[in-house]
Design a protein around this ligand. Sequence first.
Ligand SMILES: Cc1ncc(COP(=O)(O)O)c(C=O)c1O
Length: 497
Amino acid sequence: MADAPSAPTASSGVASAEWLAGGSGGADRLAQLLPAALRGMAAGTAERGGPVPAGGPAAVAATLARTQSADGLPRHGVGAEQALEELSALLAAGSADPADPACAAHLHCPPLAVSVAADVVAAALNPSMDSWDQAPVASEIEREFTTGIARLCYPDAARPDAVITSGGTESNLLGLLLARESAVTRPVCGANSHHSVARAAWLLGLPAPVVVPCVDDRMVPSALAEALAPLGAQAVVVATAGTTNTGRIDPLPEIAEICRRTGARLHVDAAYGGLALCSETLRSRVAGLELADSVALDLHKFGWQPVAAGVFAARGETDLQALTVRAEYLNADDDTEAGLPDLLGRSLRTSRRPDAFRMAVTLRALGVSGIGALVERCCANASGVHVLVEDHPALRSWGAPELSTVVFRPVAADELPGTAGDDLVAQVRRTLLEGGTAVIGRGALPTGPDGEAQLWLKLTLLHPHTTPADYRALLDAVAAVAADLRTSVTRESPVAS
Ligand SMILES: Cc1ncc(COP(=O)(O)O)c(C=O)c1O
C-alpha cells in the first residue's frame, strides 16, 4: 500500500499535488488537514465561551490586528496545518454562533453536521453546475432534489419545477423576473414583505411595488382586492409565508382567490415558513402555497443548511424557460441535440456551487419527516418562550408566535415618553451584543398609539435542540438591562420618570 501523503507545509511548495483536495489521494489529504481545522475550531469556540465575542466591533478588530500581519496579504505562507488551525481558531472565537441558544436574532440557523460534512466533499470535487461536463452526476442529484421540492410545493400540479438559488433574495428576484416575462408590469406586496421584493422591482426596472396595508403583520385581503382593481392581470402579488419581523403567514387561500379573480400572478415568499410543508401537523399553516405561480423557499432557515440553500419553485415548468440562454462553450445547440443536458438555463448565475448536494444528503439522512420534526420543535419552543414572556412582569409580548419568532418589549420602554422607549429597546439589544451575552433581533411594528412604528425585540428560534427553559435567563437579562437603562435615563432626565 502506498504511504499516505504528508500534510502540505510551507516547504512542500504550491506546485505539489499535496495541495489538491480532489483526485487520487484527495480524501487522505483532507483527512490529514481537517483535524488541524477542527482543533482550531474547538479551541476558538472554547475561547469565546458564549454566543458572540464580547466587546463589539472594536474588540474584534483589535484581536485581528494582534494576530494578523498589518501589511495586508501575507508575502509567504506558513503551511496548511498552521494556517488552518490559527485561522479556524480566530474564526470560531470571533463568530456569532447560531449553535448557541442565545444567538437568536435572525433567520440564521445552526447547520446540521451531516450537511457540513457533505459540503466538504462537494467543495473537494468542486462540480460547477453550469454545464454537464463539469457536473455529470451532481446535475442529476440536483434535478432529483429540485423535482422533489417542486412536488412538495405543488403536489397536484402536472409539471412543477424548481431551481436552486442563493436564497430568498434571488428567489424573489426570479419571482418578479418570471412575472415580468409573462407581461406583468406592476408588483404588489404587503407592508410586511421583505426588502428584497422592492429591490428586485428596482433591479428589473419595474415601478416600485404598490404596498398593501397589514394588520397583525398579515396582508389585509380587502385592501389587496382594492389595490388590484385597477391593475388586474398586469400585477404580480408577492405574499409572505413567514414574515421577517414576526413570522406571520399571510392569508394565502384568500389572497390566491383574489389573484385568480383578478388575473394577477402570485408569488409567495415562503423563505422562512415554506419548510413547514415537511410537517404533517404544521403544513396546514401554509395551505394555499400550492395555489401560487411561484414560491421562494430557504433551506438555510428551516432546513438547517449552511448558507446558501435557496430554492425557487414554479407551478409550471414552462415559466422557467424564461431563463434559457445559449453560450457556445457551455450548451451549444449540437451538444444539447446530442443529449448533453442543458444546465445553463437553470440559474441566473453561471459558475455555481453544488449546494443541492448537501441538501440532498440531509434529506436522505433525515427524510422529509425528520426535517418536519425539527420545524415542529422550533415552533413548539417559540410557543413555550412566548408563555415565559407573558408571565414575565418586566416584559410585554407582541403576540403568540405563528412559526418560531417571539416578539416582545421591555415594559420599561413603555414608561418612557416619545422616542426614548425605542432608544431603550435599541440599547438593550446593543448592550447584550457588546457584552457577548446574547444576539437578539429587532423589528419595527406599527403598534404606537396612532399606528406609528415602535421598536420591538425578537428571538428567532431556529435551534431545534433547545427548550423554553434555555431562554429564561436570557429574558431575565433583557429585563435587567432594560431596568438599568431606565434608571440611568431617569437620572439624566427626571422628566422621563
Ligand atoms: C421573508 C424573507 N424573505 C426573503 C429573505 C431573504 O433571504 P436571503 O437572506 O436568503 O436572501 C428573508 C431573510 O431573512 C426573509 O426573512
